[in-house]
Design a protein around this ligand. Structure first.
Ligand SMILES: *[C@@H]1O[C@H](CO)[C@@H](O)[C@H](O)[C@H]1NC(C)=O
Ligand SMILES: *[C@@H]1O[C@H](CO)[C@@H](O)[C@H](O)[C@H]1NC(C)=O
Ligand SMILES: *[C@@H]1O[C@H](CO)[C@@H](O)[C@H](O)[C@H]1NC(C)=O
Ligand SMILES: *[C@@H]1O[C@H](CO)[C@@H](O)[C@H](O)[C@H]1NC(C)=O
Ligand SMILES: *[C@@H]1O[C@H](CO)[C@@H](O)[C@H](O)[C@H]1NC(C)=O
Ligand SMILES: *[C@@H]1O[C@H](CO)[C@@H](O)[C@H](O)[C@H]1NC(C)=O
Ligand SMILES: *[C@@H]1O[C@H](CO)[C@@H](O)[C@H](O)[C@H]1NC(C)=O
Length: 461
C-alpha cells in the first residue's frame, strides 16, 4: 500500500458508521472487480470498482433523464458526483436494457447497444489480442495489454468537466496534444456544453476559461512558477494547490492538482454556466465545499471594461479608464456599456511627427506605475534578465509599446497592442507601468490622482 492509498483508507474511516455499513453491504452483494476481461461484459446493473474501492464505474442516467451514459464516480462519497463520462456525445436510450461495456474483437473497450451497435469505443489500434480494461484508484479507466502491461488508452487523456488529482490539462505543441476541461451542457446533460478551460498556448501560459467559440470568458493571467499572477493570492481558498509544469523545449505546459500530500479529496469542476470551482470533500459536513471559484465578481468577466480601462470590484461603477485615457464613447460609458473601452487623451511623443511639434515641448514619454494590478492580456514576453530599466528602455524605444511590467518569476513583459482585461486588486497583483505623454504626468497637475492611492509617478527619464 503506497502512501496515497493509506491516506485514502484513513479518509474512508472518517465516514459516519451508517455509511460504512451501507458501503460494506453494497460491496458484498456486488461481485464488482476493477478489471473487465475479454470474456466479460459489464451490463447496466453492474459496476467496476477500483482496487482500493475509491472509484466506481458503471451506467447511470443523470437526474432520471431518459438517457444512459457510462460514467465514473467516487464510490464512498454520497451523491454520485460523476467525474468522467465515456459516451457523453452518444447517450443510449433508457429503454435499451441490453446495453453493455465489453472488449470488442479489435481489443478495444466499447459500449454496445441492444442492437449490437457500437456507440462508443476507445478506438485505438491494438496489436495484442489480449487486452483488459482496468479502473484504478486514481480514477483512470485504462485499456491495457494484459501480457506486457502496457497502457494503450487512458481516460485521463479525455478529460470531461472535472480535474481529478493526477490528471492534467494543458498542451504539448510538438506532440499535438491539447487537454481541456469541457463543461456539461446542463446539470442533467453531459454532452459538451458552452465552456472549456485550460492553458493558453504561449509563454508563459495563462489559465483561461473560454466559451465554446474560443472567446475568452475568464483569464487567470500568466503562470509565474508558483502561481497565476492574475489570481490574487490569499483570496479565500486561492488555488495554491495547483502546479504548472512548463517545458519550453517541448512547447508544453500542463497543469495538475498538487494535492498528493493532502488527505482531502479535491477536484476542479467547470460547471455548465462557466463557473470553475475547486471543491474539497468535507467528511464532517458530508458535503462538497467550494474552496475557490471564478468568475466571482464582475471584474472577472474577460474584458468587461473594454480596452485601456481598469476594473475594480470595490468601485462603483467598476469600470474606469486608465489614467490618461478617456471613454471612446461618453454616451455608451454613461449608459454603463463599457465594451468600447477608452482611448488615449494625449498623443505620445513618438506618435507626433517631429514637424508638428515645437522642440521645447518635446519631452519624452513617461511611465505611470500602477500597483496591485492584474496585467493585461496579449503580452509580449521578452526573456530579458537585464533588469527593469532595460525593459523600460525597450518599451520607450518602440512607439507601439504602451506598457511594461517586470514581475518576479518572469521579468520583462511588454504590450504593443490594446491593453485588455486589466484589473485593480485590493491586494496582491503586480506593478504595471503605463506609458503616457509627458504632459499627462508632468508639472504640478499630478495632484488629481484619478482613482487610487496606489498610483505613483515614476521619475522621468
Ligand atoms: C443484470 O442484468 C442482466 C441483463 O439484463 C441479467 O441477466 C442479470 O441477471 C442481472 N443481474 C442482477 C444481479 O440483477
Ligand atoms: C475511430 O477513429 C477513426 C479515425 O481515427 C474514425 O474515423 C472512427 O469514426 C472512429 N470510430 C469510433 C467508433 O469512434
Ligand atoms: C492471439 O494471437 C495469437 C498469435 O497471433 C493466436 O495464436 C491466438 O489464438 C490469439 N488468441 C485469441 C484469443 O484470439
Ligand atoms: C505542493 O504542495 C506542497 C505541500 O502541500 C508544497 O510544499 C509544494 O511546494 C507544492 N508544490 C508546488 C510545485 O506548488
Ligand atoms: C455597447 O457598445 C458597443 C460598441 O462600443 C456596441 O456595439 C453595442 O451595441 C453596445 N451595447 C449596447 C447594449 O448598447
Ligand atoms: C515594436 O514592437 C513590435 C512588436 O514586437 C514589432 O513588431 C515592431 O517591429 C517594433 N518596432 C520597432 C520600431 O522596433
Ligand atoms: C529574471 O531575472 C533574474 C535576474 O535579474 C534572473 O535571475 C531570473 O532567472 C530571471 N527570470 C526569468 C524567468 O528569466
Amino acid at each position: 500500500m503506497n502512501k496515497k492509498e493509506k491516506k485514502m483508507a484513513w479518509t474512508r474511516w472518517e465516514f459516519p458508521l451508517f455509511l460504512m455499513l451501507g458501503t460494506m453491504l453494497l460491496t458484498q452483494v456486488s461481485t464488482a472487480s476493477d478489471t473487465l476481461t475479454q470474456s466479460q461484459e459489464l451490463s447496466l446493473n453492474q459496476t467496476l470498482v477500483s482496487a482500493g474501492k475509491i472509484f466506481e464505474m458503471g451506467f447511470f442516467n443523470p437526474s432520471r433523464s431518459s438517457r444512459i451514459y457510462l460514467g465514473m464516480w467516487y464510490k464512498n462519497i454520497p451523491g454520485q458526483r460523476i467525474v468522467w463520462v465515456a459516451n457523453r456525445e452518444n447517450p443510449l436510450p433508457a429503454s435499451d436494457s441490453a446495453t453493455f461495456l465489453k472488449i470488442g474483437g479489435d481489443g478495444n473497450l466499447r459500449i454496445v447497444d441492444g442492437n449490437q451497435n457500437t456507440v462508443w469505443s476507445t478506438n485505438v489500434s491494438v496489436v495484442s489480442n489480449k487486452t483488459i480494461g482496468v479502473l484504478t484508484d486514481k480514477g483512470e479507466l485504462i485499456l491495457k495489454d494484459s501480457v506486457s502491461g502496457t497502457s494503450l488508452w487512458n481516460s485521463f487523456d479525455y478529460p470531461c468537466d472535472i480535474l481529478l488529482s493526477g490528471m492534467n490539462v494543458g498542451y504539448n505543441t510538438r506532440a499535438g496534444v491539447k487537454l481541456v476541461l469541457s463543461s456539461w451542457q446542463a446539470e442533467d446533460d453531459p454532452s459538451p456544453g458552452k465552456f472549456i478551460a485550460g492553458l493558453s498556448v504561449e509563454m508563459p501560459p495563462q489559465g483561461f476559461i473560454w466559451t465554446n467559440h474560443l472567446r475568452p470568458f475568464y483569464r487567470g493571467g500568466p503562470w509565474v512558477g508558483g502561481n497565476f499572477i492574475g489570481i490574487p493570492d490569499g483570496s479565500e481558498g486561492s488555488p495554491n494547490t495547483v502546479n504548472v509544469i512548463v517545458n519550453k523545449q517541448q512547447e508544453s505546459a500542463f497543469l495538475r492538482l498538487n494535492t498528493s500530500d493532502d488527505p482531502y479529496v479535491t477536484i476542479v469542476v467547470l460547471n455548465p454556466s462557466g463557473l470553475l470551482q475547486m471543491m474539497v470533500w468535507d467528511e464532517e459536513l458530508n458535503a462538497w465545499i467550494d474552496s475557490w471559484k471564478v468568475p466571482e465578481n464582475p471584474c472577472d468577466f474577460y474584458g468587461i471594461c473594454g480596452p485601456y480601462s481598469v476594473c475594480d470590484k470595490n468601485k462603483s461603477p467598476v469600470c474606469d479608464c486608465l489614467r490618461g485615457f478617456v471613454p471612446k464613447s461618453t454616451d455608451e460609458w454613461i449608459r454603463r456599456n463599457w465594451t468600447g473601452g477608452c482611448m488615449r487623451q494625449t498623443k505620445l511623443l513618438c506618435e507626433i511627427s517631429t514637424s508638428d511639434v515645437a522642440p521645447k515641448v518635446s519631452k519624452n514619454d513617461k511611465f505611470l506605475q500602477l500597483s496591485n494590478m492584474k496585467l493585461p492580456d496579449h503580452f509580449i514576453y521578452l526573456n530579458d534578465q537585464n533588469g527593469a530599466q532595460n525593459c523600460e528602455n525597450w518599451c520607450l524605444n518602440n512607439c507601439s509599446c504602451t506598457a511594461y511590467a517586470y514581475p518576479d518569476g518572469i521579468n520583462c513583459t511588454v504590450w504593443t497592442s490594446e491593453l485588455m482585461d486589466v484589473q485593480h486588486f485590493p491586494y496582491d497583483g503586480v506593478d504595471l507601468f503605463l506609458r503616457l505623454a509627458y504632459s499627462e504626468l508632468g508639472g504640478k497637475q499630478i495632484k488629481e490622482v484619478n482613482y487610487s492611492p496606489d498610483f505613483k509617478i515614476v521619475s522621468p527619464i
